[in-house]
Design a binder for this molecule. Sequence first.
Ligand code: MEV
Length: 456
Amino acid sequence: MQLETNVMKKPIKGFSKLSKEGKIEWLVNEHFEKPEAARALLEEYWHTDEKKQQLHDDFIENTVTNYFLPFGVAPNFLINDELYTLPMAIEESSVVAAASKAAGFWLKRGGFKTEIVSTTKIGHVHFNYYGSVETLKTMFEAWKPMFFEETEELTANMRARGGGILSVELKDKTDVLENYFQIEARFETCDSMGANFINSCLEQFAQVMRADVMSRDISEEDKNLQVVMCILSNYTPECVVRAEVSCKVEELNDDKDVTPEEFATKFKRAVRIAEVEPYRATTHNKGIMNGIDAVIIATGNDFRAIEAASHTYASRNGQYTSLTHCTVEDGIFRFWIEIPLALGTVGGLTKLHPMVKLAHELLGHPNSETLMGIVAASGLAQNFGALRALVTTGIQKGHMKMHLFNILNQLEATTEERDAIVAHFTDKVPHHNLVVAKFCELRGIPVPRSDVKKDS
Ligand code: MEV
């Protein structure tokens, strides 16, 4: 049946089967007013080295070009007495600057201390069961050794590295959903993120369950087991790292216009507000994720998984709250983060993407536990930088300083104009309308009406 639609564009069948040129041909003609300009831009962002471009083409389906993000570095991160320069892939102007500043601040005060709380990952076979729970429990006892035996080939390499399946449990979830049960399994996946390993094991468990149930001489009702799905959980509350900074309150002296005591009190209060107020906690944690995601992306890890886990973790006690905490006791300022980070330093993009490989080399080829500490320190530093600005000068000063270059790029300012405008705003907050006014003054042109009104 043809659906009535007022959209003029036509759907396409078999798009993924077209060659790259064919895809681009269709795309630019179907969606762009100036097809040749769109095509030129897509091609401009291709890698000049054909092999590297092929690598990017093969990462996903329907690649038509590449999408660049800046790859910056934040030096001077002292973590467990080792000095690191952090790779950060991110588009937000002030993030790398803030991380570097916070790293420099803590470099002089002992740096970051990190501790791995746990490294266990969890996955489930979600299934429906309509027979007697007692029969299910009896069958589960028979399945348990079979789960280990039937996955021996799959787990051999992981076991050789010290990992594997740690435990399997039967969970009755019928109090939340009728006939719903789980096999909940725990895994140690060493230096790999482990998604493929875990999912493969779970799918094998499901095979064991189906085959065993069918082979039993039991009633049709007791045989009625339906596997719904087998999948790891990205919620990893048992794969957690803690990072901390601390110093004497009097050492919190800074170039800011407040005493160390006032700073400590205000800072702690800001964290407390994020602990009790979800509106603030969301922004507070977003700032943490600025630092975390940037390192996660640069090191080729899955930032969607990390985001999902961290927000579930932040809600684990029933209310969304801060991922960082602060105390000021006996003259000591202490600030820390506890966050689930299921990371891999082998597999995935780590051996494929040239910039990811470079990022790992830059960090000295960390194992997954070391990387967990580095990433947590990055989040803590970012949060420290944001709160420090918020409770003293305000966020806009630093934010707009970095954003100035984006405004200058939008205006297509020349090098001379850039230099003059940057010099002009060294001691002023470069709000958008002020920058435009200065730019127009330099060019001797009137300020556009839209910018006269703009307040950004
Ligand atoms: C902006 O990307 C992040 C901040 O809003 C974080 C915060 O408010 O803590 C500055």
